[in-house]
Write a protein that binds this ligand. Sequence first.
Ligand SMILES: [Zn+2]
Ligand SMILES: [Zn+2]
Length: 435
Amino acid sequence: MISRMVKFISCGLLIFICLQPGPVAGQSVLDPKLAQAIDLEIEKNRAEMIKIRRFLHMNPELGNRELETAKLIASKLSSLGLEVKTGVAGTGVVGLLRGTLPGPTVAIRADMDALPIQELNTFPYRSLNPGVMHACGHDGHVAMLLGAAALLKEKEGELPGRVSLIFQPAEEGDGGAQEMIDEGAIDGASMIFAGHIDRLYELGEIVVQPGLISAYTDEFSILIRGPGGHGAKPQETSDCIVAAGQLITSIQGIVARETHPCSPAVITVGSIHGGTAANVIASKVVLAGTIRTTSPETRAACRDSLKRMTQAMEQLHRVTTAFTFVEGYPPVINDPAAARIAAEVAAHIVGQDKVKGQPLPSLGGEDFSFFLQKIPGCLVRFGAKHTTLHDAPAHSPRFDFDEGVLATGARFLAQAALCALARLGEQRARAHATM
Ligand SMILES: [Zn+2]
Ligand SMILES: [Zn+2]
């Protein structure tokens, strides 16, 4: 066991730097030489990452249809000399770096899909695919992870373990993460990291928060039916539109009056379809919406209340109803130990004052949560706001971000993987030593 420890410690400064007990204010936890090497390397990759991002931005593909995106990723990984597995969960790609030293496996992940939005930007690299746009920054995520692959490849000989690079399809609604897991993408991995571009934060800021940072993203639909009839003769029928109107108003009372006030919840009715003419009482109305919560109890309370209120319309308005609940993504819950690694790495890259917390969870969703249900990890946010960009949020047709974020993201992902390998290796060595 001693010899194993000696071998472990002698494998380089790389490990040493990450074995330091927690960060001391103002003191870097990373090896300055390694950090400098990566910083120099990133300079070589900066232009290439922008090129990749712009190519993907011009050629966006919807979830589970990222065929050309996957081809580009596979060819870039192959040309770097990585082992590449394609066709994982359809269009997913996994690249593998095997260090020459034994050790754990750490995964880093990017999502690949675009959104069904017609881009309104006019810059030369705007989408060439009508009605499809990278409006969430996933083009940037792919470029960053390819950048991280190049950085890590340079250090492959020093890796105390393996790094798995996961390019995942269909984050925007279809839950590609779960399918990647089902097809073995994180088998053998002990920790996972990812980052999301975020224009709410300044370029050069990284947001790291342990614990819960996003919400359950469940959806519902409600069908209301009646016989229909003449708009002038309500006494002969039941009115689905009146029932729907009252139901929408009643739903507002669930969050206000029925759930715990300290447990966040949002119920949004996002669409309503019913009726065909001004003088016809509709025979059918369909409502659809989303329920965002952060605790299983509040989630169940919202679902049950919605169902109860829907059914109550039957008595009130002499209609029939059907309530459908569709489970969405679970919340992202960052592991505290992984978040500590992320915070240390972020502080090294952007400086302690640029590492931000996220004290209140977002009620948005992220299917990275499926990975975190299997192994510990951390999702961070990379600030990408810039004063020269117009004000356009994610998922809007004029969304864009400062491409300076690509280098920040690539450095973070590469360094997080290196640091996690060292930390996990040290834990294993300690566990063996005490056996
Ligand atoms: Zn999105
Ligand atoms: Zn996204």
